[in-house]
Design a protein around this ligand. Structure first.
Ligand code: PXL
Length: 274
């Protein structure tokens, strides 16, 4: 049977994040991608204004609809969720709508650059931690990892800091951990992959000061490569190389501050996962 992933995150109508990134990227990897939109926004919250239609109450109804049709999924991937209450509903979906051994992949998309996104608070962080407890793979950035583990956020750090962060995360999630934004040198960025007690690092170029929406591009490419059959470190590496290519394609376009121009790079991703 073909793999079918369910992804739950918002629709930001403009802004190249969440579902408008996850759908094209995972589909391009050859994986059928079903969705539950967590909220509909005119544009993401890094714009100075945005509309926000919370779809929390739709989630249990959609779950019921899936149950009535005997629809279940071979993987779940969650990103930006609209409310703390929604996280509890997602946990019910994990219980009811997944096939046996379906991986639960959680990107705790809630913060970056040392700050929570607009609209999120400590309660949301608490609930997100509970969702991470149920995950097989989590993909936090350094800021999210710090919020979840009550660790001081630093922009300069060493391996000891990363190892401590991962050790604390492993007490929340007993699965695999992919920590992004692990930069030990000024012109480099990287990831740390924790799997079965071992940490492996992958270093890649750092271009410019960071682009918006790269976390979603990264997580989506990881999900596509991983469900496409790559092992975890290889999938994490492919996702990093793809994200760097997307940033390279964007940095000379300052008008494109709100996301990355990932579309022309999709062919590269397909070639990498072949
Ligand atoms: O890319 C993360 C993200 C997703 N969805 C919404 C956001 C953000 C980051 O700001 O605002 C609505």
């Amino acid at each position: 049977m073909d793999k079918k992933v369910l992804t739950i995150q918002d629709i930001s109508c403009v802004g190249q994040c969440s579902l408008t990134v996850a759908l094209p990227i995972i589909s391009a990897c050859g994986i059928e991608t079903a969705i539950i939109p967590s909220a509909v926004l005119s544009n993401h919250t890094a714009f100075s204004t945005f509309t926000f239609c919370d779809l929390t109450d739709e989630i249990p109804k959609i779950r019921q609809g899936f149950k009535e049709q005997n629809i279940s999924f071979s993987a779940l991937y969650t990103g930006y969720l609209g409310s703390a209450k929604q996280i509890a509903f997602v946990k019910e979906i994990i219980c009811d709508c997944l096939l046996e051994n379906a991986p639960v992949i959680v990107d705790p998309a809630m913060a970056d650059g040392g700050k929570l996104y607009k609209g999120f608070d400590e309660q949301y962080v608490k609930e997100m931690k509970k969702l991470c407890e149920k995950a097989d793979i989590i993909l936090p950035n350094i800021t999210e990892a710090c919020f979840m583990t009550d660790t001081e956020y630093k922009t300069e750090f060493d391996r000891k800091y990363i190892e401590t962060l991962i050790e604390k995360l492993s007490k929340i999630c007993d699965g695999k951990i992919i920590l992004t934004g692990v930069a030990f040198k000024e012109d480099k960025n990287g990831i740390a992959v924790y799997d079965n007690g071992e940490i492996r690092y992958y270093e890649h170029d750092r271009l410019g000061g960071g682009c918006h929406g790269t976390g979603d591009v990264y997580a989506s490419a990881f999900v596509g490569a991983y469900l496409g059959g790559k092992e975890i470190f290889e999938a994490a590496k492919i996702a990093a190389d793809f994200t760097v290519a997307c940033i390279r394609n964007t940095i000379d376009h300052p008008e494109h501050w709100y996301g990355v121009r990932f579309e022309p790079c999709i062919k590269q991703l397909i070639d990498m996962i072949k």
